[in-house]
Write a protein that binds this ligand. Structure first.
Ligand SMILES: O=C(O)[C@@H](CO)OP(=O)(O)O
Length: 248
């Protein structure tokens, strides 16, 4: 059994190196090209899909639209859920990662960005950008609506969705594509691979490269690989890691 994860193409705030989280920022023009390229890679490798999942954020949705359009698969069912959203970056949303590293140190920024159980400072509950004011989250209970999330919090909402909605479809033989975000994908991979809390710090997902997982009937990893040029992918991963450096 197989599933493909795709982190959305570069967003406007990725380009500006700002913490994004649940802020609904669109793709940059480069991000759109990355999505087109992802579709090309999938087509060239002979992939087909019966069903797709995405978050409720337009950078993942538009990436999926572009991929499905390029693959002539716009007709397949798509299920969107807040559970696949990026982790909520709390009060850091909108701030520049490199400037935060200058102000608080690279170590602190690494803890905020990549540690398993440290959550960033909370977004004020009365801040107009708080998700409780956003109609797309109106069906969530107050306990489900975050003001900030650690990777652990993100895992606690993505894994139940994987178990209840996504994995049963894969088990029934469907070919599934998941368009999501750096940290919602990290959370799912942590679960699928059984990566330790310490090791997860080193995992960075680049934008726009399809990530293929072959899994067993328990949903655990057999093997995984990216589609695309290995050197380009490594470079893109290092670039993501370096966004927390105090340079520039
Ligand atoms: O800002 C964000 O929402 C995420 C993804 O772009 O960033 P990071 O890689 O720092 O977790």
């Amino acid at each position: 059994m197989r599933v493909v994860f795709l982190r959305h193409g570069e967003s406007i705030w990725n380009r500006q190196n700002r913490f994004t989280g649940w802020t609904d920022v669109d793709l940059s023009s480069r991000g759109k090209e990355e999505a087109e390229n992802a579709a090309k890679l999938l087509k060239e490798a002979g992939f087909e899909f019966d069903l797709a999942f995405s978050s409720l954020l337009k950078r993942a949705i538009r990436t999926l639209w572009i991929v499905l359009d390029e693959m002539d698969l716009m007709w397949i069912p798509v299920e969107k859920s807040w559970r696949l959203n990026e982790r909520h970056y709390g009060a850091l949303q909108g701030l520049n990662k490199s400037e935060m590293a200058k102000k608080y140190g690279e170590k602190q920024v690494l803890l905020w960005r990549r540690s398993y159980d440290i959550a960033p400072p909370k977004l004020d509950i009365n801040d107009p950008s708080h998700p409780r004011f956003d109609p797309r989250y109106r069906n969530l209970s107050p306990e489900e609506i975050p003001s900030a999330e650690s990777l652990k919090d993100t895992l606690q909402r993505t894994v139940p969705y994987w178990k209840e909605k996504i994995f049963p479809e894969i088990l029934s033989g469907k070919k599934v594509l998941i368009s999501a975000h750096g940290n919602s994908i990290r959370a799912l991979i942590k679960y699928i691979e059984g990566i330790s809390d310490e090791e997860i710090v080193g995992l960075n997902i680049p934008t726009g490269f399809p990530l293929v997982y072959d899994i067993d009937e328990r949903g655990k990893k057999l093997s995984s690989y990216y589609l695309g040029d290995i050197e380009e992918i490594k470079q893109a991963q290092s670039k993501v890691a370096a966004q927390g450096k105090a340079i520039g």
